[in-house]
Ligand binder design. Structure first.
Ligand code: 0WD
Length: 265
């Protein structure tokens, strides 16, 4: 029997088969979960519908998290389809491309607002609706973050600020959701080549550097994240909440980064 047998999971943030959320959905499916898959807009529909079909999703629908009414409408449709929800995966982030091209010092007010709204507030907005479908269950929320929220990663800029806020939101929400018996955690994933990652200048150098200096000396893939997500959203993790789990081949434990040392040692 799969680790998520009998659970219904809402998965956001699949843009294509490179998306981290796709790895999570695949792993969830393997473990027996029923999947509800959302896509951001009409443009992504054509890409996401065949993926959802391949995964045997029980419902596939649009949910643009920048609008409260759109989130309400999506949850209305979800509540018509299922009795309840056990798992919600928030795998969404966005900042205007210009914000990755100039120093953080010159972040625009609008760019800051958009990054925080789509990448952080959306988690809170989704949680507000999802808890209504989690009554009587031990629900589990999961979001995706990156090391750039803890330390300076050149070019990550306003998204680093947003990830720091997101990780803090996970802790505050853990407190509120815990009273209802629900959990929330984050996975801090190492760099993965996705659509969102392409917006960040020098991303390939970042990937190379991470692979060279991380303790395991390799990169990660979306199934690494998917498998960790299965654990965090399963009953095996029922006393883990407010946590940020790094799936990064150990990169975050390094202080001095000397690739020669790792290779020769
Ligand atoms: O190296 C990486 N790729 C890492 C990504 C390392 C560590 C963390 N992450 C995080 C990202 O910051 C994000 O929170 O993982 C999450 C998923 O990102 P991803 O899988 O790297 O990127 P992608 O495949 O592009 O999926 C992100 C999706 C959007 O894709 P596009 O590229 O179309 O912006 O977020 C969704 C959308 O599907 N999204 C929205 N969904 C609903 N409403 C919205 C929106 N308004 N905006 C973006």
């Amino acid at each position: 029997m799969g680790l998520l047998q009998g659970k219904t999971a809402l998965i956001t943030g699949i843009a294509n088969k490179n998306s981290i959320a796709y790895g999570i959905a695949k792993a969830f499916k393997r473990e027996g979960a029923d999947l509800i898959i959302t896509y951001a807009n009409e443009k992504l529909r054509k890409k996401v519908e065949p993926i959802a079909e391949e995964l045997g999703a029980i419902l596939t629908l649009e949910m643009d998290v920048s609008k409260d009414e759109a989130i309400d409408q999506a949850f209305e449709k979800i509540s018509q389809k299922v009795d309840g929800l056990d798992i919600v995966v928030h795998s969404i982030a966005f900042a205007p491309a210009e914000e990755f091209k100039r120093p953080t010092l010159y972040t625009s007010r609008e760019g800051f607002k958009i990054a925080m709204d789509i990448s952080v507030y959306s988690l809170i907005a989704i949680a507000q609706r999802a808890i209504k479908l989690m009554e009587g269950r031990e629900g589990s929320f999961l979001t995706l973050t990156y090391y750039g929220g803890e330390k300076v990663v050149p070019h990550y800029n306003v998204m680093g600020i947003a990830k720091a806020a997101l990780e803090s939101a996970v802790r505050y929400l853990a407190f509120d959701l815990g009273k209802m018996g629900h959990r929330i955690n984050a996975i801090s994933a190492g760099p993965v080549k996705t659509l969102a990652a392409r917006a960040i200048s020098g991303f390939h150098l970042l990937m190379k550097h991470t692979m060279e200096v991380s303790p395991l000396g390799r990169g990660i893939d979306i199934m690494d994240v998917g498998n960790a997500a299965v654990f965090l959203c399963s009953d095996w993790a029922r006393n883990i909440t407010g946590e940020v789990l790094h799936v990064d081949a150990g990169y975050h434990v390094m202080g001095v980064m000397d690739k020669e040392e790792r290779i020769e040692g």
